[in-house]
Design a protein around this ligand. Structure first.
Ligand code: AMP
Length: 418
């Protein structure tokens, strides 16, 4: 026998039963963004490798070990996008969107790729919804984005949602803070996990992410960025908090919140769900005022978030039955083609109509009509009138062939015989 294939490690197929819930998430997001004036942007699935190396940061896990990178036939160094913010900023700069009224508010939905160790809720190809608001440093931008993600989870009914909020200050205050943190880590070097020890110099803040108990004990004593914010950054955070407080959105202030990407400044936040296991993060984001300039564009403040669609679906009860058919057309062998045309006409009128495509007997077709949940079944058996059966009452009426589309095309709200 020929060898069979499986989907590549860390990937998955979305089967019809699961795609319904996925589509509901899409519709909820699209409506939420439309109400807030966000325009949908689509960027390519791959970009220049340097965009991520420079944008996401050389010292991040993503760039160090998780990128699907390749050299194409033209010797270009390309990478399947591991995240959406650097590509969106690349597009903002490339299309001169800084000339538009600011901020430019964009959202996206698509696949992302990271070579991580697969586990429940963690894949190598996964999907994200994301939002970016580019061109204003107002704390209202940060607040609006957080309120929207909170609203999305509420509307979808995601259970056990918690929000953590922090601030990473500006590049300067963070540099001074990092120095102080390096001092703290070096002073306790012997107690740190090897991974953390090796990265004291290039990325000391990632030590807050460690699961190692001894490292966590050291980090519990460490100063946090929140203790070191300058006046302007502290006021910016306070303003974001005032809006959240007034809106009744609860959060935990967390000075250890470190996101896996280097570009953040000031606000950072992460939503989690208690309904998820080890991979509890639903989505998060923050402000990245330095990124556009770093990518060769004008100095442009911006803020955004991304949420994992598979994580949202895992947290929700996503068992959805396919919608039942409105009409099933059963036909004797000689009438099968007529049945196909009737179904076509009904579908054109917006009716969900199905028919047998597997050569079943009339009896078998009635069973199939039950399986697809048909409310009504038409039986075509000859040149005479068709039989129209109401599947719940079992009542049966005759309808002239010429009137079938008219009778069934009214979506069957009234008595078909009337
Ligand atoms: P990040 O940009 O890493 O903060 O990712 C934003 C969100 O995307 C996370 O909170 C997760 O919900 C989701 N996510 C990130 N990486 C993965 C992955 N490998 N598999 C599934 N979902 C992911």
């Amino acid at each position: 026998m020929a060898e069979r294939f499986q989907a590549p490690r860390g990937t998955f197929d979305v089967l019809p039963g699961e795609s319904l819930a996925r589509a509901e998430v899409y519709v909820a997001a699209a409506e939420l963004f439309a109400r807030a004036g966000y325009g949908r942007i689509e960027t390519p699935a791959f970009e220049d490798t340097d965009l991520f190396a420079r944008g996401v940061g050389q010292s991040t896990d993503i760039v160090r070990k998780e990128m699907f990178s390749f050299t194409d036939q033209g010797d270009r160094e390309l990478t399947l996008r591991p995240e959406g913010t650097a590509p969106v900023i690349r597009a903002y700069v490339e299309h001169g969107m800084h000339k538009l009224a600011q901020p430019v508010k964009l959202w996206y939905w698509g696949s992302f790729f990271r070579h991580e160790r697969p586990q429940a809720g963690r894949f190598r190809q996964f999907n994200q919804i994301g939002a970016e608001s580019i061109g204003s440093d107002s704390p209202l931008v940060d607040a609006e984005l957080i309120l929207m993600l909170d609203e999305l989870f509420r509307e979808l009914g995601v259970p056990g949602v918690r929000l953590r909020l922090g601030s990473l200050g500006t590049a300067e205050t963070r540099a001074a803070y990092r120095e102080e943190l390096r001092g703290h880590l070096h002073a306790h070097e012997a107690d740190l996990a090897r991974e953390v020890r090796e990265r004291i110099d290039d990325n000391p803040m990632r030590a807050f992410d460690s699961d190692d108990p001894a490292t966590r004990a050291v980090m519990a004593e460490a100063p946090t960025m929140l203790d070191r914010l300058d006046e302007a950054d502290a006021e910016h955070l306070a303003a974001v908090r005032r809006v959240l407080d007034q809106a009744g959105v609860e959060y935990e202030l967390d000075g250890t919140l470190v996101r896996g990407l280097d570009y953040y400044t000031r606000t950072v936040f992460e939503f989690e769900s208690e309904a998820l296991g080890a991979q509890a993060a639903l989505g998060g984001g923050g402000r990245y005022d330095g990124l556009a300039k770093q990518l060769g564009g004008p100095d442009t403040p911006a803020c955004g978030w991304a949420a994992g669609i598979e994580r949202i679906l895992l947290a929700l009860d996503t068992d959805r039955k396919p919608p039942p058919a409105e009409v099933f057309v059963a036909a004797a062998d000689a009438e099968r083609e007529r049945a196909m045309l009737l179904v076509r006409d009904l579908r054109q009128k917006g009716v969900h109509a199905e028919l047998d495509l597997a050569g079943r007997s009339i009896k078998g077709q009635m069973k199939q009509a039950d399986r697809v949940g048909a409310r009504r079944t038409v039986i075509l058996e000859g040149d005479g009138p068709a039989q129209l059966r109401d599947m719940s009452s079992g009542e049966q009426d005759e309808v002239e062939l010429g009137r079938l589309v008219e009778v069934l095309g009214d979506r069957g709200e009234e008595d078909p015989g009337a």
